[in-house]
Design a protein around this ligand. Structure first.
Ligand code: GLA
Length: 733
């Protein structure tokens, strides 16, 4: 049993393979958090201490007991109005307009299987899997306003994962205004914690930033409508001693693709609190009598042995319980994308020509990027008009797809479904379908506006346009782009007191369109994208099992971006391509081999004009593809180990490896970063191998034991020059 509820004591215990999670419905009816960490036996109630903390409020039920204050106790789901002045997860107003609720425990219910969320993506299990997944529902109530709050927990014992969501139901006859509904709170008993956020910018996403949680709030957030390049909706809370191999760490993902807030603070009593979910800023939701609001899911993954294990647990969980659909376990096709090869300048012949050249070298799919529709010769016009430009293509989309298919290649197509250009037929017909605030000068981004996906008719229309294209040509892949931050959240459809719902309703509209596509085209592979990695999150991964990781294709920058991404996301979800040099984003020149090695650590492809390659380079492409086909399974289904930190000042070497689940083989990847004169050999300690087994280095033929490679190290010899790459394949003998 993963979950236990003891009615007499009020103790609720969740157990996974390595963790215990405990909360207590105390005698006063409040839900206190007791413990989350390495497995313990017995009740952790003894951890609670009750002292009089000046200026910490006492709830009425405590009578004159000044030592009982929610401001001083660890809480499971803190709410505004309880006398707790730290960050809270929940805030609502009833018909008096007064700000403050009183949430008390009502019941706890345990069920087999995993809960599902209406209209929102979430993790799932195949119930027949025998993994013992269970759901806990803890119900809280505010009798004054008439609110029911169900806290949902999904427990995946084998993965050491606990998921969370919240349902808020208005049980009164009046309307209720929700001002904040976050999905997760984690209170830790007094002590130090570090938090790691993943910040970035366009072309440099998900850079790990670690800091001690001090006595002030530190937050990762997005108000951009998408989850953003600037912060990822993923954070790690850990003990200060945590590194790749040691220490306790909890990964928190928000399974959502829009605005979010994760904040951490240390309180007056040295307790650390982390909350995650929808932000308060820009959010308000009117809940009419009988209606329920569903907060998106948050996923907690635990590791007792550092960040490496944390990531590997996350990777396994994401591969089986977040990613779904026909492509979840299928080998992802090696693709060529024409964007950096042609930008907007192409016709049907050129596309078929690129495909033909790519086919010769072993590429499996041709992806036609931006510019095939409406009037779209640059990024000033055409978005929203998803009608094939047959003049430009010199034929129908079916013609192009058939010609590509005739080469025995698959065919894929780019869309930016949420965007509209002012110079488009769609905008001319429906100017009110774009987000704009009446009488306020609008904010453009990449010359485009964003469609109001909170409106059904808008989603209907875009779906119909996409359907027309997808039904009429053999398209097995879609690249779904989203190329700006939203600024003017205003829906012409909603009344003034509901404008605070627009940002969330928009994301629900995006999921609705994705869901419709999923139902109509179950075999379609959708790759997410948002100016590269601006919407790389667990919500999108439920629909798009791979996401273009960054518009930055420079191999060295990609080492940093993919390193940061690997903390929270598995390699198979990371779109990564070999591009031309000098690199279009940085101007850097790196060897072909290095670009290949780095791109192979993801869902692999090419994005360059093959016609400009020398014969030698073409030969390298053929070899790279053959290697990737050989290693694809270990890269995409194996365990990943980060062996060095490329962020370290003057780091000499980037080293990371993949090990097959059964430890029968491993792929070590090495790239030189900085170089110095007279450098001796470097030694890299491998990980994840079978200590007692022997492994053959396929390149040198040398045989080592697993324990040698992991404890004494692997010598990296004769490896000079900046930005050189080497892959070493080890096979168990
Ligand atoms: C975004 C994407 C690119 C490309 C362009 C097309 O920037 O990230 O890969 O598709 O849009 O306009």
């Amino acid at each position: 049993m993963a979950i236990n509820y003891d009615k007499n004591s009020g103790l609720i215990t969740i157990e996974t393979a390595h963790t215990s999670y405990q909360m207590l419905a105390d005698k006063k009816g409040y839900l206190l958090h007791l413990y989350y960490g390495k497995k313990i036996s017995g009740s952790a109630e003894y951890l609670l201490t009750f002292l009089d903390h000046g200026f910490s409020g006492n709830p009425d039920i405590a009578g004159m007991e000044r030592v009982y204050s929610l401001d001083a106790q660890p809480q499971e789901y803190p709410f505004y109005g309880s006398g707790d002045y730290r960050s809270v997860c929940f805030r609502a107003k009833g018909n008096t307009g007064a700000d403050g609720v009183d949430l008390r425990f009502v019941s706890a219910e345990i069920k087999d299987g995993k809960y599902e969320l209406e209209n929102l993506p979430s993790s799932y299990t195949d119930n027949a899997s025998g993994e013992g997944v269970q759901t806990l529902k803890v119900t809280l109530q505010d009798i004054n306003i008439g609110l029911k709050v169900d806290l949902l927990y999904g427990v995946f014992p084998e993965n050491d994962v606990i998921t969370r969501s919240v349902l808020v139901t208005n049980e009164s006859n009046n309307k209720v205004k929700l001002e904040k509904v976050q999905s997760l709170n984690l209170d830790c008993m007094p002590g130090d914690r570090d938090v790691m956020y993943f910040h970035g910018r366009h072309e440099f996403e998900r850079q790990p930033d670690r800091m001690r949680v001090g006595h002030a709030k530190i937050a990762a957030y997005s108000g951009r409508g998408g989850s953003s390049h600037q912060f990822n909706p993923f954070a790690i809370l850990m003990t200060p001693d945590a590194d790749e191999k040691h220490g306790e760490a909890v990964g928190v993902h928000f399974v959502y693709s829009g605005n979010f807030l994760i904040d951490a603070e240390k309180d007056q009593n040295e307790m650390v609190r982390l909350t995650a979910g929808l932000p308060e800023e820009g959010f308000e939701w009117i809940l009419h009598s009988g209606e329920t609001f569903t907060a998106p899911e948050a996923v907690m993954t635990y590791s007792e042995s550092g960040l490496g294990l944390l990531s590997r647990r996350i990777h396994r969980f994401f591969r089986k319980h977040i990613c779904r659909g026909a492509w979840r376990d299928k080998e992802r096709p090696i693709l060529i994308n024409n964007w950096e090869a042609t930008y907007f300048t192409f016709d049907g012949d050129k596309i078929v020509d690129i495909a033909a050249q790519a086919k010769e070298l072993g590429v499996e799919m041709m992806v036609l990027d931006d510019g095939w529709f409406g009037k779209r010769e640059d990024d000033l016009s055409g978005l929203g008009d998803w009608v094939v430009n047959e003049k430009k293509l010199k034929g129908t989309m079916k013609d192009v797809a058939d010609r590509v298919n005739a080469l025995d290649m698959k065919f894929g197509l780019w869309f930016e479904p949420e965007a509209v250009s002012e110079d488009s037929d769609l905008y001319r017909a429906h100017p009110d379908w774009a987000f704009k605030i009446p009488n306020k000068p609008m904010i453009r981004g990449r010359h485009e506006l964003i469609l109001d996906f909170s409106r059904n008719e808008v989603v209907d229309h875009i779906f119909e346009m996409m359907r027309e294209v997808l039904d009429n040509a053999n398209i097995i892949y879609v690249k779904w782009d989203f190329n700006r931050s939203i600024a003017d959240f205003y829906s012409a459809e909603l009344p003034s007191d509901r404008q605070g719902e627009v940002a969330h309703r928009y994301v629900l509209g995006v999921y609705d369109l994705l869901e419709r596509l999923r139902n109509r085209y179950p075999e379609l592979l959708i790759e997410g994208c948002s100016g590269g990695g601006g919407r790389f999150d667990a919500g999108m991964l439920c629909y798009t099992p791979q996401i273009w990781c960054s518009d930055n294709t420079d191999a060295i920058e990609r080492i940093h971006i993919q390193y940061g991404t690997s903390f929270g996301y598995p390699s198979v979800t990371v779109g990564a391509h070999v591009s031309a040099v000098p690199n279009h984003q940085t101007g850097r020149v790196t060897p072909f081999n290095t670009r290949g090695t780095v791109a192979m650590s993801g869902s692999f492809g090419y994005e360059l004009n093959l016609g400009l390659l020398s014969d030698e380079e073409k030969h390298e492409v053929t070899e790279q593809i053959a290697l990737f086909k050989k290693y694809r399974h270990v890269i995409h289904t194996g365990d990943m180990y980060r062996l060095t930190n490329p962020q370290e000042a003057d780091a000499l070497l980037a080293a990371w490896m993949f090990v097959a689940e059964d430890k029968s083989e491993a792929l070590l990847n090495l790239v030189t970063l900085n170089v110095h004169g007279n450098l001796g050999s470097r030694y890299v300690n491998l990980e994840g191998l079978d200590e007692d087994a022997s492994y053959r280095d396929e390149t040198s033929g040398m045989i080592y034991t697993g324990s040698q490679l992991m404890n004494a190290g692997y010598p990296v010899r004769d490896f000079t020059g900046e930005y050189q790459a080497r892959q070493v394949h080890f096979v168990r003998v």
